[in-house]
Design a protein around this ligand. Sequence first.
Ligand code: 6PG
Length: 479
Amino acid sequence: MKADVAVIGTGVMGSNLARNLARQSGHRVAVYDRDVERAQKLAADFPEADFLVASDPADLAGKLAEPRVAILMVNAGTATDSAISDLAEAFAPEDIIVDGGNSHFQDTIARGQRLEGTGIEFAGVGISGGEVGALLGPSLMVGGSDAAWQRLRPLLEPIAAKAKEVPCVDHIGSDGAGHFVKMVHNGIEYADMQLISEAFTLLRDGLGMAPAEIAEVFAEWNTGELESYLIEITADVLAHTDAETGAPFIDIVADAAKAKGTGAWTAQTGLALGVPVPTIAEAVFSRSLSSAVDLRAEGLRLAGPRPGAAATTSSDERAARIAEIGNALLLGKVMAYVQGFHEIAAGAREHGWDIDLGALAGIWRAGCIIRARLLDRIVEAFNAETRPKNLLAADYVRDVAERCQESLRATVVRAIGHGIAVPGLASTLSYYDGLRTEAGSAALIQAQRDRFGSHTYARTDRPGIFHTLWSGDRSEVEI
Ligand code: 6PG
């Protein structure tokens, strides 16, 4: 019997996705890897999956029912390009090649264009949920044509995570749309991780709490409005003890965070689109700063308060501070979503995608790394009868702001006073205050631009574009 779908690349993500497909979709799955032994080992380790192992792309094409569907689970970049060229030679018109990696959406658009003449469909699918998600139910963001979506849907719906019985998979839009929203998902993930880590640092260095005590705070937060996968795993990580030394695990992990690029892409795309995503960008910069070894070695000699100096507080005060940090975290998280959805709306306009933001928030409620209770409220907001123009206009966001802005402000002020770096929280607060400022610092910037470069300006009192003749008689001309 021929296979209905193939998975190319049998690393952990590919293997787990292939096993999920074999178990849940009721379809026969073929597997192929350039390292054929690795694919053979997968088939041998999981005989119940009944995988068909292909030895090369031509063999794979012969093992697949037509029209064929193949899902690439290989590294983004050149590995993806060469896997696509290999398959394109063996495949025929109407076959579909799916890229399930973290590819840049612009690469996905270009790859689709390159395949256009061949009649082979190309679909870029964002897959979130890590190794466990791939095996038990990821969140899937599908980009590509309607025709491709119709064919992929019966394969993907059974393997996706379920949020309130609804599969977390949707057709986001044509070509790069799926990878675009996956990129922003990761940007929000970076922001969320940064904010959580700052909350941890404030509890440790500002309140002098031990990792095990902080784990309890996170576990408690995970029973309320902050409930989310990332908060849950944070509690777990902080409660863990290093087997070798008996020390809290977090104390033996080197203070340097790595990144594979999707957060930087989200920030770069925000810059290119003119969309402010400061919390996401700060999260990327913070990882870079953490790894800037030479600079940090010099930095240790810089003047300023040392964290830890302010550890003594009464238990009531401590409880109040913990609650304050929790509120700051909640508003930060919500603002990261505001930034992410702003970028998605702008990207959709730029690329002609009709992205349903409510449906997207819906498929992020389970399976993916940023799954969180508050996404239910974001779904409600986008699906309300009078749809908010942007997430900031949603009643829920205004309500969180009302409840938490004082806490965010107090937390940032305290952190700054104690010399504790909180770039995520501080930039979120500046973003927040920037949004609510009627007349800020931009008027002077625009005036300076007109003064040195005749860049013109708009007036507050009447429409039009104007320039002042600064080097002449300083009269104003309308352009
Ligand atoms: C997911 C994740 C995943 C990503 C990792 C690591 O949604 O399952 O976003 O796709 O690769 O989170 O990302 P960094 O290495 O850049 O932190």
